[in-house]
Design a protein around this ligand. Structure first.
Ligand code: ADP
Ligand code: ZN
Length: 731
């Protein structure tokens, strides 16, 4: 029986709530009836909770006992497309549906009645006295032909304080009005500020536009070196999407990117898009959530959770830096935003653009297999060329211990300082030193709650656990042997490297770029702008600098420890190192000046280092793909990680062993179980962690088998079990 679109008053409806229940609940449709997908408030025990009308009620109980939906909320109903997407995503990630709904309702006050707020538009009056600031306010409001804005918007657009605007209100020059709190976003103009594209770019843009015009699902991998104009090209796809009257979403991996990025988008479309990430205020969240649903927001620039917004008519999803590991959420609901973007687009007939200079092996092999279309931008825009890359063989460098900047690198930096150019020293480690050791007894200071060493942060004057975030002051005496003054830092972090640079170049202006050294995204943006304008001779940075910022004066990149990522048992270690090194190197010589990247390494003959130096991407991927195909691991086979945790170590191992023994459902699909083994970090926040790995062939129905398999066990006490489909890292 097909599901009706509308339920008359009193009809039984099934409601999905965000409460942790494993089923839908039946209610009677409220007075006036309700549509399928309606957001509703329903009674649950003594409480009222939010839910969505998912379909026809199941019934099968005394109908006179059924309670009624309390009310229908004043927001757009959830579209079928989003319901299907949530269901499919729940199935794929083995996540309960209520948890998916929670992802899709991450905005406060959805059940609040609409309320009012103040907006400002041009009035009739004349100012008593004309000032520069006042004139700008009047100009801005005139330019926008009588539109109304919030106080903040007006003062920002005119570049004046809010007092100036308020003053004009008193004189009747500007009118203050009450309007509904959640206002639509300003219309974007697809014809506003397009750049003249190079031949290469224009061809790419046309291919993407044609895809958008087709109105059908499809994914394109847009590959091009950093600076080749990928952003310019996919913004043309966004423009086409807007012309079609559909909405677009651009996903970015880091908040740090959005600041610089938004300015660019504004320049292209003449107005600010909606911005969705954890740093956005609660009121703004609600505004975006509602406007996306009503069509009052045409373009969202967001973090991965923006995938779960209730778009009215989503036509395009761009995943920028698609290889970035932060797209895989590693706690809560385990999903990879890149894969979910493809899933969402396929249910709503939208296009996907995956953009990267260094695509993930998954996307690369999907493109090779013809599942994705492939577009390439081959040269950098303008005069800039890819930097030359060379290794510094650390075995041949004369370097005292506790020093990390080799004489060769030092000379290269000197030469840049003389020419007034910038150098970047890159180390992918926050803090001062990764290890603190007692020189008397050899004890290393660890976290009390995790099997992890604590990292000294001098800037904060504390030791920090990078696993759980626990901090404590640096002790005077060794916690083990109680000797005083024997604790010493071992190994470099970004802060320690800055110290070394300060002694090597006492005259130079140093800037340290590490995510934990800036209080806010805004402070970070300001810091980056200052550096870009030449406010530093030497930049010392972590992974943060690898992402998308433009430093026109930067011509040298020194990678302090190119070997860092090559250690460890991670399936993707090689891929990640390759990507990171290429990206960091890509920071150098982005404008007219040619760049040089120097990689300090103890193993210059390592295949990964060699392919980085040779710039041989295709060679690297082909070799890496071959290896994984042989091993039957993703993307050529399927994998799932199972993490069990509990405060009781015996309990976790008992369950792990029981799982390994009763693997019938997995055997039935030809899958294998490995483990249980202690997880690489065997204890986090006082909980012991055990890991199992499941490997299956590519076409195997893995999720169903996993559900059956873990469903055989009831979790007792504080035992927790998390399934991670396609694990990114074996943490
Ligand atoms: P990518 O996204 O591949 O790193 P971008 O799109 O950010 O490359 O382009 C790099 C720089 O070159 C940006 O400052 C961009 O504005 C500029 N640029 C690229 N293509 C053009 C073009 N056709 N006209 C003008 N500027 C361009
Ligand atoms: Zn810890």
């Amino acid at each position: 029986m097909s599901e009706p679109d509308f339920f008359d008053e009193g009809a039984l409806v099934a409601v999905l709530t965000t409460q942790p229940l494993d089923r839908l609940l039946d209610y009677k449709a409220p007075e006036g009836g309700c549509f399928r997908g309606a957001f509703v408030e329903v009674p649950l025990g003594p409480r009222k909770v939010i839910g969505v009308v998912w379909g026809r009620g199941r019934g099968g109980f005394d109908l006179s006992k059924a309670r009624s939906v309390s009310r229908v909320l004043d927001v757009a109903a959830m579209r079928d497309e989003l319901r299907f997407f949530l269901e499919k995503a729940a199935d794929y990630t083995l996540t309960p549906l209520h948890a998916m709904l929670r992802l899709a309702t991450r905005a406060p006050g959805l059940s609040d009645p609409p309320s009012m707020r103040k907006v400002y538009r041009l009035g009739e009056g004349e100012p008593d006295r004309q000032t520069d600031a006042r004139r700008r306010v009047i100009e801005v409001l005139t330019d926008y032909g009588g539109l109304a804005f919030t106080l903040k918007e007006v003062s920002e657009m005119a570049g004046v304080t809010t007092t100036v605007v308020k003053g004009l209100v008193k004189q009747g020059v500007v009118r203050e009005e009450d309007t509904p709190r959640d206002l639509p976003f300003m219309r974007l103009d697809p014809e506003w500020g397009g750049k003249e594209l190079t031949e290469d770019q224009a061809a790419g843009a046309e291919a993407l536009r044609a895809g958008v015009r087709s109105g059908a699902y499809g994914t394109t991998l847009l590959r091009g070196v950093t600076g080749s104009g990928k952003t310019e090209v996919y913004l043309e796809a966004v423009a086409e999407c807007l012309r079609q009257g559909r909405q677009a979403l651009v996903l970015l991996p880091e908040i740090a990117l959005t600041a610089e990025f938004l300015t660019r988008v504004e320049a292209r479309f003449g107005a600010k898009p909606a911005e969705w990430h954890s740093g956005v205020t609660m009121t703004e969240r609600r505004r975006i959530w509602k406007m996306v649903g009503q069509g009052g927001a045409q373009l969202v620039i967001g973090a991965r959770s923006a995938l779960f917004l209730p778009y009215q008519n989503l036509g395009l999803i761009v995943v920028d830096e698609e290889h970035d590991t932060s797209y895989k959420q590693e706690d809560g609901v385990l999903y990879n935003a890149r894969d979910m973007a493809v899933l969402r687009a396929s249910v709503c007939s939208a296009r996907v653009v995956l953009a990267s200079a260094t695509p993930s092996l998954e996307s690369w092999s999907n493109a090779q297999a013809g599942k994705y279309e492939k577009l390439e931008l081959t040269s950098r825009y303008g005069e800039s060329v890819l930097p030359e890359m060379r290794a510094i063989d650390m075995r041949a460098e004369d370097l005292p211990s506790s020093r990390w900047i080799s004489p060769s690198l030092q000379r290269a930096v000197n030469a840049r300082i003389e020419k007034g150019e910038q150098s970047l020293l890159f180390i992918n480690r926050r803090g001062y030193a990764p290890v603190t050791i007692c020189r008397a007894c050899g004890h290393q200071i660890g976290c009390d709650h995790c099997d992890a060493r604590m990292v000294e942060h001098r800037f904060l004057k504390r030791l920090v656990c990078h696993q759980c975030g626990e901090t404590k002051p640096m002790p005077e005496a060794c916690p083990s042997c109680h000797e005083e003054g024997k604790l010493a830092p071992v190994g470099p972090g970004v802060e320690r490297l800055a110290e070394e640079a300060a002694t090597l170049w006492p005259e130079a202006r140093l800037a340290v770029l590490s995510s934990d050294l800036f209080g806010s995204a805004r402070a970070l943006k300001e810091g980056i702008n200052q550096i870009a304008e030449g406010g530093a001779d030497i930049i010392i940075g972590t992974q943060l600098v690898a992402k998308g910022h433009n430093f026109p004066l930067l011509t040298l990149v020194g990678v302090i420890d190119a070997d860092l990522g090559l250690q460890g048992s991670d399936l993707r270690a090689a891929e990640r190192t390759f990507q990171l090194m290429r990206q960091v190197a890509g920071r150098a010589g982005r404008s007219e000046r040619k760049g040089l990247a120097l990689l300090q390494t103890f193993q210059p003959e390592h295949p990964v280092i060699r392919s980085i130096l040779a710039g041989d991407e295709v060679g690297f991927w082909t070799a890496e793909a071959d290896e994984r195909r042989h091993a039957g691991v993703p993307p050529f086979g399927r994998m799932a990680g199972i993490i069990l945790s509990s405060e009781d170590v015996q309990q976790v191992f008992d369950l792990g062993n029981a799982l390994a023994r009763q693997d019938g459902p997995l055997q039935a699909i030809g899958a294998q179980v490995f483990g249980p083994a202690p997880a690489p970090i065997a204890r986090v926040r006082g909980r012991h962690r055990v890991r199992l790995l499941v490997k299956a062939e590519k076409g195997a129905p893995l999720q169903a088998a996993l559900a059956k398999w873990v469903g055989q066990f009831k979790l007792k006490g504080d035992l927790r079990l998390a399934v991670d489909i396609d694990p990114q890292s074996f943490y």
